[in-house]
Design a protein. Structure first.
Length: 161
């Protein structure tokens, strides 16, 4: 008789044992809680929710950011307002965002939001940026120079066209 073989486990089960699912990070949970608060506030405002409410919330969120994100957020806000006045500022998952007809077109995520090494300026699927079969929808930002500002301004104008 041959020696008894040890029981073998499938690769799937050993992977599951070695890696524990930890769920959402603290930052992700905080972003979800912020989004719930945004939705509740919007429901309370109802039809009277206007651009001024969103703008003051966005400016307050930017003011609470650490440097250099605060400076970039202020400059992005000015660029977006100048290049696409039809966009309404609002918070989206606790981030400054800009919407057209209630749908977010672009947003600014500070580096501290998810403890990353760079801030992010991104576009949603509502942005008109389609270019062939593939195009960028988010950009890493470490600083804003005149070149980046011009590029962002052009992208925002195109996104709302």
């Amino acid at each position: 008789m041959s020696p008894k073989k040890g029981t073998q486990k499938s690769a799937k089960s050993t992977t599951a044992i070695n890696k524990k699912f930890r769920g959402f990070t603290d930052e992700e949970r905080a972003a979800m809680k912020e989004r719930i608060q945004e939705l509740k506030a919007a429901a309370r405002r109802g039809a009277r929710g206007d651009k001024a409410d969103g703008e003051s919330a966005v400016l307050a969120k930017i003011a609470a950011m650490r440097e250099p994100d605060r400076a970039m957020g202020k400059r992005l806000h000015a660029i977006i307002k100048a290049g696409a006045p039809a966009l309404s500022p609002r918070l989206w998952y606790g981030m400054p965002a800009y919407a057209k007809n209630g749908k977010v077109v672009c947003f600014f995520q500070s580096a501290q939001k998810f403890k990353t090494r760079y801030a992010t300026f991104g576009f949603s699927d509502k942005a008109n940026l389609d270019e062939g079969a593939m195009w960028p929808v988010a950009f890493a930002l470490q600083e804003l120079t005149a070149t980046e500002e011009a590029r962002i301004g052009a992208l925002v104008k195109r996104a709302v066209s």
